[in-house]
Write a protein that binds this ligand. Structure first.
Ligand code: FES
Length: 107
């Protein structure tokens, strides 16, 4: 299982094993990672799973899809070039070592 590191706004990191095929949002929620809410359950309609992706840690992460692109306009913290919705990132083996930063707030 790929190891993924979540870094919160206090710069505390948690590294978890994520099963291949699991979304980053579901893995975070199941592991009680604070700061990723996933209120819509992964339907790409709440923007409460916003993360900042360190693309250097996993350069082959799929690009932003059309629905995700639209929802990223509704995140609570500033949208950046590295903004992603964790529910739209399905983990595969190429994401080993991925690092994401959780914004201070999702609401
Ligand atoms: S969980 Fe709602 S947009 Fe990701």
């Amino acid at each position: 299982m790929p190891l993924v590191t979540f870094i919160n706004s206090m710069n505390t990191s948690n590294t978890i094993d994520v099963p291949v095929g699991e979304t980053l949002m579901r893995a975070a929620v199941n592991s009680n990672i604070d700061g990723i809410l996933g209120e819509c359950g992964g339907a790409c309609c709440c923007a409460t799973c916003h993360v900042y992706l360190d693309s250097t840690s996993a350069p082959d992460v799929p690009r932003v899809g059309e629905m995700e692109q639209q929802m990223l306009d509704h995140v609570a913290e500033p949208r950046r070039d590295d903004s992603r919705l964790a529910c739209q990132l399905v983990v595969d083996s190429s994401m080993e070592g991925l690092r994401v930063t959780i914004p201070q707030t999702q609401l």
